[in-house]
Structures are given as C-alpha cells and as structure tokens.
Design a protein around this ligand. Structure first.
Ligand code: KIV
Length: 276
C-alpha cells in the first residue's frame, strides 16, 4: 500500500491470478504525467523499449540503453500508485549470459522500484527467464513478433502463418510459461495461434496484434492517442488524435504571438488588475 494513499498496488501474483478471468487492461507509459493519466484505468503499465521509436525518434527499438530504461522506469513509478509497472530489458542487456541478465534485471528492480521486467524471446530465452525468476525477479515474457530481433528476421512480420511457424510460437510460449514467467505478451501473431496459446498456457496472455481471446490487451499509448504518426499498424485503434491537437495548439500560439495577442497583461507581473 502507498504511504500517502490507501490505493493497493497490483502485484505480479494478482496479474497471474487473472488467467481466464476479466481482461487485463495494459498500456505503455514512459513519463510521469502520462503514467498519472493512465494509472487509474490500467492493471499493468509497461515501460516499453518502444520508447526508442515513439519518444526518441529512432528507427528501431534497439537504440536504447539500460540507463535510459531505468530513467523512464523511475519517471513512471513516480506517476503511479495502482498499476503493476513492468520495465523492458533493452536489447544487449540480457542476451550474453544468465549472469548479465540477472544483473540487468536486479538493477532495474532496485533503481526503479518497479514490479517486474520484460524480455523478448521463446525457447532460446527460457533458461534466462528461469534464472531471473530464480533470482527473485518476476518476468513478463514476450513471444511472437519480437521487435528487438525483427531486423534480423526480415522485418516486422506477422508470426505463426504456416504450420511450422505456428508450432514455433506455441513452443516459445509454453517454454516461457514453464520457465516461470508470470504472464506473457503475444505480439503480431495470427489470431488462431494466439487463441490456441491462450488456451494452452497456464499464465495470462496479453495480446497486441494477437486475439480478442487473450487474457489481456496492450497497445503502445502513443499509437492509441495519435502522437506517433510515422506508421500505424493494423492492430491499433486510435482513441484520440492528440497529434493534431498539439499541432493546432502550436499554430494558434504562433498566430497569437505574431499578432501580439499573447501574452496579455493578465499573464504579466506587476500590473494592476483593472477595476471591474
Ligand atoms: O516495447 C513495447 O512497447 C512493447 C509492447 C509492444 C508490448 O513491447
């Protein structure tokens, strides 16, 4: 429980217990004001390495470091009371050895105070997931389309399209569940396979471009609010157009400044308020 309010934080055990029950509401968050706006409505907030693209303007998720993820994790923790906060382990911070993965996960946990870490990968990362979980850090898995590896797999391709692909994603999901992940993201995977995984594994699945049958759903918030216009995947539903609102506000401000309509005397100091 928070020291100054009586709001209970959602922990990973509570997320795990939601398997097969009412859907988990999840979004990404990267800053304190954004986290404050989303926290009352979300079970889980992910400090995703998608921030490389939607905040830092990079072309892939691979350009962010552990230090950057930790800084954003701290910002999101400052803005939340309720949601379970998960921080992505960025590319290069966990693949070299189990020792490296545990050290990175431990840094994220101790320096942010978040509830869990997420890492991408299936069968090939199962022993790493187990090692981090055994070290006492809850892990959210991520199978299907893996943005950190997309460059080497011919781009952002939907997974599970043929028999072999479907078997691979199913095996990946099972391996991550067996390794002790408390839940897993299924990204960019054909609907019947995402549905079958959800029926097969004993932990909640959180879909993005996956299936309405998943135990929860997640979107990149910038996609959902319309502030990332470079590319909008098919699976995104836009709930607001804040990108246009921002441009309109900048245009109106520029017009006011150029016409000397802003600032007015009411925005200045040392000016007597005129008598009514
Ligand atoms: O980095 C991210 O935002 C993610 C989501 C797409 C699940 O991993």
């Amino acid at each position: 429980m928070n020291q100054t309010s009586n709001i209970e934080r959602v922990h990973t055990d509570a997320i795990r217990a939601r398997k097969g029950r009412d859907p988990l509401v999840c979004l990404t968050a990267y800053t304190t004001p954004m986290a404050k706006a989303l926290d009352p409505y979300c079970d889980l907030l992910l400090v995703g390495d998608s921030l490389a693209m939607v905040i830092y303007g990079l072309e892939t998720t691979r350009g962010v470091t552990l230090d950057i993820m930790i800084a954003h994790g701290q910002a999101v923790m400052r803005g939340t009371e309720r949601a379970c906060v998960v921080v992505d382990l960025p590319h290069g911070s966990y693949e070299t050895s189990e020792y490296q993965a545990i050290a990175s996960a431990a840094r994220v946990m101790s320096e942010t105070g978040c509830q869990a870490v997420k890492l991408e990968g299936g069968v090939e990362m199962a022993s790493t997931v187990k090692a981090i979980v055994d070290a006492g850090v809850p892990v959210l898995g991520h199978v299907g389309l893996l943005p950190q590896k997309a460059e080497h797999r011919g781009g952002f391709k939907i997974q599970g399209k043929d028999d072999e692909g479907a078997k691979q994603v199913m095996a990946d999901a099972q391996a991550i569940a067996d390794a002790g992940a408390f839940a897993m993201v299924i990204e960019g995977t054909v609907e019947p396979v995402a549905r079958a995984i959800t029926e097969q594994v004993g932990v909640p699945t959180i879909g993005i471009g996956a299936s309405p049958a998943c135990d929860g759903q997640i979107l990149v918030t910038q996609d959902m609010i319309g502030t990332f216009a470079d590319f909008t995947p098919k699976f995104v539903k836009k709930y607001a157009d804040l990108g246009t609102a921002m441009t309109d506000a900048a245009k109106a401000y520029a017009e006011d400044v150029r016409a000397r309509r802003f600032p007015g005397l009411e925005h200045c100091f040392g000016v007597e308020k005129p008598a009514d």
